[in-house]
Write a protein that binds this ligand. Structure first.
Ligand code: SF4
Length: 75
């Protein structure tokens, strides 16, 4: 998984979902403080660096990233 190409902001899916590499940089009103890929149920990577997201098959998202499909991990 460490070798997956990173999603970048110009990726069509990234644009559609408002993905950003750094959750603190989004201006999307749907973003709630503290939400990031690392605590999203679609993310299966570690707490830092990059990891897979179910919505971006074959790519890796930033643990600190965020998109409009963020859904908190079940505790
Ligand atoms: Fe990050 Fe979750 Fe969006 Fe995937 S669905 S990019 S893990 S916020």
């Amino acid at each position: 998984a460490a070798d997956l190409p990173h999603v970048d902001d110009s990726d069509p899916t990234a644009k559609a979902l408002g993905y950003v590499e750094d959750a603190s940089k989004t201006t999307d009103p749907k973003h709630k403080a503290g939400d990031a890929c690392a605590n999203c149920q679609f993310y299966s990577g570690g707490p830092t660096g990059y990891g897979p997201c179910a919505l971006f098959p074959g790519k890796a998202v930033n643990a600190k990233g965020w998109c409009v499909s963020h859904s908190p991990k079940a505790k």
